[in-house]
Design a protein around this ligand. Structure first.
Ligand code: SF4
Ligand code: SF4
Length: 321
């Protein structure tokens, strides 16, 4: 199977595989890294000691996420008509934007292609092909921000041994995607939209709170006391839909094996650590590799890596940032 197909299957729930062929360049890099253990350990300690802990990408991302969601709020309350509607369907300075997953659910519920939805959906498709599909999750979705804070609390409680983290099979999300599609077809309603914390929060911010916020609260409590990032990891079909779109995107986070000490700090902070399997010793087949489409381009691994082995890049262009 090609690497693209492997990464796509990984997004659907398959376990990452060891590479069958490792390039000569990677073999040379690995040999050089480990031929002198003392030098290797010294270099590793030096990199750790001189790493300035930064939250550069996280701060930029939070600022963008808040700005987008507040633009909806101000457009409504001040009637400035820049970004009207909510995340599921909106109008940006006159251009219609329809969330891809919502459009899909509506068409499945109505059982035909709705031409009026087509332009708005296509515009959004193009935007997320360019920016990286799941970039929507970490840079726009309001639930992501709350879930990130809940995750920090969950990890503190786990560290103090007050709660235990429970993992599920990642393929559960693919099953939920199919289930919500089937429910839309059978019932004729967009069942997922009533449960989606993304839509609930977006509408609550703009039009005021409602009872549905109780459901979002329950999800967050579940994630704090039982399972880390459970909704985004194991349920939300939006993540999978945008992940599929992101598989075409030129904007990626890429891994450079030469600079990596394989200690796994990146995997500890990542929402979808399976995409960072290439950072495990012996798993990289090429000197530089793009991460899979499930990566949300959140930048947490870029911030945490002490040696700059993970970077944002635009495929086909040289290093961007
Ligand atoms: S997976 Fe769903 S809820 Fe989570 S960040 Fe993405 S869109 Fe938001
Ligand atoms: S691989 Fe890095 S950028 Fe991608 S989701 Fe994980 S932490 Fe974020």
């Amino acid at each position: 199977m090609s690497r693209f197909a492997d990464l796509f299957m990984g997004m659907l729930g398959a376990a990452p595989k060891k590479p069958e062929v490792v390039s000569e360049r990677v073999q040379t890099i690995m040999f050089r890294k480990y031929e002198d253990k003392d030098r290797y350990i010294k270099e590793k300690m030096h990199a750790r000691d001189h790493h300035l802990v930064s939250h550069k990408w996280r701060n930029r991302r939070w600022a963008v996420l808040l700005a987008v969601n507040l633009l909806f709020v101000f457009s409504f309350w001040l009637d400035i008509q820049i970004l009207e509607g909510a995340l599921t369907a909106s109008r940006f300075v006159g251009f219609h934007l329809i969330d891809l997953n919502s459009a899909l659910q509506v068409m499945l519920a109505h059982k035909h292609i709705i031409v009026n939805l087509f332009i708005g959906t296509f515009t959004v498709f193009l935007i997320w092909v360019l920016l990286g599909g799941r970039t929507f999750c970490s840079w726009v979705c309001p639930y992501h921000l709350l879930a990130e804070w809940a995750e920090a609390l969950h990890l503190k409680l786990v560290e103090k041994k007050l709660v235990t983290d429970h993992e599920f099979h990642r393929g559960t999300r693919t099953v939920f995607w199919l289930l919500f599609a089937l429910l839309a077809i059978v019932t004729g309603y967009t069942v997922f939209e009533t449960l989606s914390p993304t839509g609930i929060l977006s509408r609550a911010l703009i039009y005021g709170p409602g009872l549905a916020l109780g459901w979002v609260g329950l999800l967050l409590v579940f994630e704090i006391v039982y399972s880390r990032r459970a909704w985004c990891r194991y349920v939300c079909p939006i993540g999978l839909t945008y992940g599929a779109v992101g598989s075409l995107s030129p904007l990626r986070v890429s891994f450079h094996v030469e600079h990596c000490f394989h200690e796994g700090d990146c995997r500890k902070v990542c929402l979808v650590p399976h995409v960072l399997d290439v950072t495990v010793k012996g798993r990289a087949s090429e000197e530089s590799m793009s991460l899979g489409p499930d990566c949300t381009r959140c930048g947490l691994c870029v911030d945490v890596c002490p040696t700059g082995a993970l970077r944002y890049e635009v495929k086909g262009l040289s290093q961007l940032l």
